[in-house]
Design a binder for this molecule. Structure first.
Ligand SMILES: NC(=O)C1=CN([C@@H]2O[C@H](COP(=O)(O)OP(=O)(O)OC[C@H]3O[C@@H](n4cnc5c(N)ncnc54)[C@H](O)[C@@H]3O)[C@@H](O)[C@H]2O)C=CC1
Ligand SMILES: N[C@@H](CC=O)C(=O)O
Length: 839
């Protein structure tokens, strides 16, 4: 009997009439009659010899295990048996017309055997020790499903009960195939049945004494690989319900990608580390012959799937997949007396072996002061006690300090052939985990370099997996974005994002993903990226009530490396959240002036929070909309200049009003038009009262290091006293009350040869004022157009001829562009990350 698949099978078994392609269908591909019919259609197009290996119908094996347990416990198994019977017979109805009743008869016969076995277990306690009976019960699902598949495939197809040919024996590491015996039996079977296509039961086999057995849970994949070897197949396709092998568990990592190809070694590493690629044993029978295995989706046959072959072409990322083993514990033997003493490791692992404890990961520092290993949580106490016993003498004599056991851990493994000889891969992994604030408890990498494993707290598992995935598969400039306030500016920003995001991703690697949107009343949170162009429609009555904390938690808590909130509201309540968001590592961008000009203590808290969260707060659009006003001032100061004064026009609305107002149209009519054009604040009184300009002046003064507050600004308001406190709607109704005073003011200015402009001034001594001024025709501010802002910086360097920034200072499009500019300058700065290269 040979444990390893022989490379040279007997000649009679090696003489295929035509090329051979083994197909294996899992339970999900046999869920019902429609699936089974699809199975038949999928193999129909294959011109090669087609051995088809089937699992039981989805859920059947679990049901059979439960029936066996019930019978052993003397419980009533009949309702469960009847349900299985009904399911299979009803499925058979879809195919029965083709087989003239034979199918039902055959199924009833299998179900009869099942019932008899269950009865035996129920009635005879001593029969419960008979593994063969249980194996027959557990493997009954494949008997039934193979009959259904055969009926769907057609009368020219054979059916092979694998127990007739497959001989195995149980071993510590699972079922071992007796290749010579199996090959001889299959050859005899084929001689008797001809070289026709054949449906084969997966999972089941017999031992050398002819007793029924199984290949263990998920053994159908193993069956398929064994038959691919026995049939000398050129290819094996495993049909399942996913498009192929993914880079990580998609339930935990929404960005997991389907891999085109991987090597046998990579597939084995991932399988051992919990990724549901293939049963760990599966590859051995095909590996010895170099048979390529393709994992495909029977529900989406158009997808090419994942090819597993001896070698895989290098991929973009050196790491091919990430997997998690949950519920593990670290056992650590510590002792000064262990240093340099041969045999300590041997004693420890012998103790674990003796206790039947399997070791998942091993790590020992070169100091030899401690040895630690990771074991399954349910075996941890047993392992701990075994090590304590094995080292009882050393512990008693003080040479070993004892054995520490740390539970609630999991192991995250990064796997890939591309890691071999590559520098910087571990750095990238650890950097990703550090950015996600994940603490690493133990590290292991074998000399094969195909696998780096880290033990981490179980609570960190999802965050760690996402961070590691992002580190290898996502651009470092991938940002989870939440937008607040889809009004004039917010809507324009969403439209601009919608137009530019694809090009940004392709050209610059900047991957902005809109995952949350909120108005004052509603919010919509999404895991996958929303289309910014249409996202506004999601804030209908069905959307959730707006909760800014939940909003921020969602934006931050995603699977993406960075988070950013763009506040396009004019709300002080939203601005009050910035410090918390920044401290939590969320970048904030806004045209909202409340934070920059509001309470001084809050302003200071925001500055502290930026440092605490290593996050950025940009607000260029708060002054001059899309104009580079704040950045100009910052550059002047950062390069050592000192500010003397700021003068000019800081309101787009008031600029447009006074540029347009010549007395022919009432002032109130122009105010309504400015509002309709999106120039005004949500409440136009903020503009007319001078408050909006005062806010901008405070923002600039603070940028220059001054502790100015709104109360320090002398503000002239254009809003009559009687209209200052009334509701907005009433104010708008009574807007005409502005007309007479404004007409009088214009006429007085004209009488002096002047025109009207709204002017802001910040002086060297901190004096600040905003209000309407009558200016001569040759004044620079009289040569502005439409919504032009004109900001004049008088500084030490620009003392005689001030530096001027001029251009449109209001309007949704230009403001949104200013906001977008801030978003991009943050995203671009996120670029640098540890690279890798091959030695
Ligand atoms: N319109 C312009 O030309 C410029 C505007 N800005 C600033 O941009 C911001 C937005 O201006 P507009 O779009 O014109 O105003 P808008 O009134 O059209 O839009 C404001 C949006 O904020 C939302 N909102 C209000 N309170 C909220 C809250 N508590 N939580 C969440 N969302 C809330 C509203 O539902 C609305 O969607 C303001 O802060 C404004 O000062 C800055 C520069 C120029
Ligand atoms: N309403 C403001 C908009 C920009 O801050 C203005 O008119 O300037």
């Amino acid at each position: 009997m040979s444990a390893v698949a022989p490379l040279d099978p007997p000649a009679f078994a090696r003489a295929p009439q035509r090329a051979c392609h083994v197909h294996k269908f899992g339970g999900s591909s046999l869920a019902d009659a429609a699936h089974i019919a699809r199975l038949a259609a999928l193999v129909a197009t294959d011109a090669r010899l087609r051995p088809v290996v089937v699992s039981a119908m989805a859920g059947t094996t679990n049901a059979l295990v439960a029936l066996g347990d019930a019978a052993c416990a003397g419980e009533d198994w009949k309702p469960g048996w009847a349900a299985l019977r009904t399911r299979h017979l009803e499925t058979a109805d879809a195919f029965e017309s083709d087989t003239g009743g034979a199918l039902h008869i055959a199924l009833e016969a299998d179900l009869g055997v099942l019932a008899r076995d269950l009865q035996t277990l129920e009635a005879h306690a001593d029969a419960r020790d008979d593994d063969a009976t249980l194996a027959r019960i557990h493997g009954c699902g494949e008997q039934l499903s193979s009959r259904l598949a055969q009926a769907a495939l057609g009368p020219e197809w054979h059916r092979l009960d694998a127990r007739e040919v497959l001989v195995v024996h149980a071993a510590e590491m699972g079922a071992v195939v007796d290749w010579d015996a199996s090959r001889a039996k299959l050859a005899a079977w084929r001689l008797a049945h001809g070289a026709r296509d054949v449906v084969i039961t997966g999972f089941v086999a017999r031992d050398a004494d002819g007793r029924d057995t199984t290949l263990g849970r998920n053994g159908s994949d193993y069956s398929a690989a064994i038959f691919a070897n026995l049939f000398d197949a050129d290819a094996l396709t495993i049909w399942t319900d996913v498009d192929g092998v993914l880079s990580a568990d998609p339930r935990l990592v929404p960005d997991a990608v389907c891999l085109d190809a991987m090597s046998y070694a990579e597939a084995c590493e991932l399988a051992y580390f919990g990724a549901k690629v293939l049963h760990p044993q599966t590859l051995a029978p095909v590996q010895s012959r170099g048979v390529p295995v393709r994992i495909r989706n029977s529900r989406n046959p158009a997808a090419p799937g994942t090819l597993i072959a001896p070698e895989a072409a290098p991929a973009a990322s050196p790491v091919k997949g990430l997997s998690l083993v949950r519920d593990v514990a670290v056992l650590e033997l510590v002792g000064n007396g262990l240093v340099g003493v041969p045999g300590m490791a041997e004693r420890l692992f012998a103790a674990l072996h003796g206790a039947g404890v399997s070791v998942t990961m091993i790590s020992q520092g070169s100091s030899e002061h401690s040895i630690c290993c990771v074991v399954r949580a349910e075996q941890a106490q047993r392992g701990h006690d075994a090590i304590v016993e094995a080292f009882a003498d050393a512990i008693a004599e003080g040479q070993a300090q004892g054995v520490a056991m740390t539970g609630d851990l999991c192991v995250l493994a990064a796997v890939g052939d591309g890691m071999v000889g590559a520098q910087g891969v571990a750095a990238r992994l650890f950097d990703g985990l550090a950015q996600a604030h994940v603490n690493i408890r133990a590290i292991a990498q074998g000399a094969s370099e195909r696998n780096i494993s880290v033990a981490i707290a179980q609570d960190d598992a999802t965050r760690a997996l996402r961070a590691a995935h992002a580190a290898f598969w996502l651009s470092p400039q991938t940002v989870s974005v939440g937008v607040i306030g889809p009004g004039n500016v917010g809507r324009a920003l969403l439209a601009q994002l919608g137009e530019v995001i694809p090009a940004l991703r392709a050209r610059a690697g900047v991957d902005l993903r809109l995952r949350a949107l909120a108005s004052g009343r509603r919010m919509h949170l999404a895991d996958a990226a929303l289309d910014p162009a249409t996202a506004g429609t999601l804030l209908d009555e069905a959307a959730a009530a707006c909760d800014l904390d939940a909003f921020a938690a969602h934006v931050r808590g995603g699977h993406l490396p960075h988070a950013m909130i763009v506040d396009c509201s004019a709300s002080d309540a939203v601005a009050a959240k910035y410090a918390d968001w920044l401290a939590a590592g969320i970048h904030v961008v806004t045209p909202n002036k409340h934070a920059g000009s509001g309470d001084w203590q809050r302003y200071l808290r925001i500055a502290d929070a930026r440092a605490q969260g290593a996050s950025r707060f940009l607000y260029e659009a708060t002054v001059g909309a899309g104009l580079p006003v704040i950045v100009t001032l910052r550059n002047l100061l950062d390069t050592g200049d000192s500010l003397h004064a700021i003068d000019g026009m800081l309101s787009g609305t008031l600029a447009w009003l006074f540029n347009s107002y010549d007395g022919r149209r009432p002032f109130s009519e122009l105010v309504r038009e400015a509002q309709a054009l999106g120039y005004t604040e949500p409440d136009p009184r903020d503009d007319l009262s001078g408050l909006d300009v005062a806010r901008k002046l405070v923002i600039l003064a603070r940028e220059a290091g001054r502790t100015l507050s709104l109360d320090d600004v002398a503000i002239e308001s254009l809003v009559p006293e009687a209209l200052r406190e009334v509701p907005l709607a009433v104010f708008l109704e009574r807007l005409r009350e502005l007309d007479a005073p404004m007409q009088a003011r214009l006429e007085a200015a004209r009488a002096d040869g002047c025109g009207l402009r709204h002017i802001a001034h910040l002086g060297a001594d901190g004096e600040a004022s905003v209000g309407v001024r009558a200016l001569p025709a040759d004044h620079a501010c009289m040569h502005t157009r439409l919504t032009d802002n004109l900001v004049q910086f008088t500084t030490a360097r620009y003392a005689d001829n001030p530096l001027v920034v001029q251009g449109p200072g209001a309007g949704p499009q230009v403001t949104a562009a200013g906001v977008f500019g801030d978003v991009l300058s943050i995203a671009h700065a996120l670029g640098a990350r540890t690279g890798w290269r091959h030695a």
